[in-house]
Design a protein around this ligand. Sequence first.
Ligand code: SOE
Length: 398
Amino acid sequence: MTHADRAPIGIGMIGYAFMGMAHSQGWRNAKSFFDPKLEPRLVALGGRDRAKAEEMARRFDWQHVETDWRALIARDDVDLVDVCTPGDTHAEIAIAALAAGKHVLCEKPLANSVDEAERMAKAAEQARADGVRAMVGFTYRRVPALALARRLVRGGRIGRLRHVRAQYLQDWLTDPDAPYSWRLDATRAGSGALGDIGAHVIDLTQFLTDEHITGVSATLDTFVPERPMPDGDGTGQVTVDDAAVFLGRFSGGAMATFEATRYATGRKNAIRIELNGTDGSLAFDFEDMNTLRFYDASTSAETQGFTRILVTEPTHPYLGAWWPPGHLLGYEHGFSHQAADLLTAIADGTDPEPSFADGLRVQRVVAAVQASAAAGSQWVAIKDTDEAKTAGTTREVA
Ligand code: SOE
């Protein structure tokens, strides 16, 4: 197809902070490097503060600004709504956009509760009948090394899964004087480290293994219960977890350990995943995100060891669109992969992943972790809608 053949698709994005910036770059680079069948047009940027929104629209080449998200959704030149707002607004905005016939990309976690996530997943299923698509933004699935890991697991290269070890470690709240923010307010964020970064490793491990977490035993903690307001006027009560640690079981029987914390002093954005199977292991660390370590137990003892795969070959997921081997990718590239895959799904009439149903599945695990922690780390089983449907039973606790 030539440039003239590219059908345009109008993007309207609500929110322009960290995620708004990452998504803006993602849409632009998806167009430039992946040349999708639908050409994203950055039509409208939504933000309540017009001056700030106008500044970000100028910097990231958005054509128009709306200060009311409802007006943005109502625009005839907006075909897809990209929700980059705090979690307490995801359900209202996404459901309204789907009802208006707009495709939706919603940042993670999908929602602040299972109830909200269920309503969103139902709205997405209803809109799907009209060809409207919805995706939730668990972008780490689209780190090439992790997409390669999934390919190896699905190819049977590590055999039957025995252990899943997953951590998401940050340290931006270690200082007790770090200021209060919406992320520390349960009414805005739903939960703390658990739903913000724990949600990533919950989704990632279910993606990598193609299995579901069927139960958890958890503990949560809030180390600093009160923090100075950013404007210096008083303090705010922290009403979310600072750290989550939990055990889990996967539907294929594997044992799992999870950790999500904002107090891992010195760890800035360390996502560490290790999968141990009967025939091998895979290990990944986001702080070395272009490599994947693979242990193949079928090789001779003489040469056995973890291989350090540099995931920059054109045959590796997504790499064909970027640079020659050895020229590394970064955090922001996952947002281009996410945008490109969503545009392709819409153009092809297929279901983008992760779906809102995948997002709901993560929300159920988050709720089970909270329920377990509130019940003295009691084991909490998790209803899995798919299995419940087929088995005709509901193994629901959370
Ligand atoms: C938290 O600090 C955060 O910004 C998460 O909200 C993002 O999802 C993660 O990608 C980086 O860290």
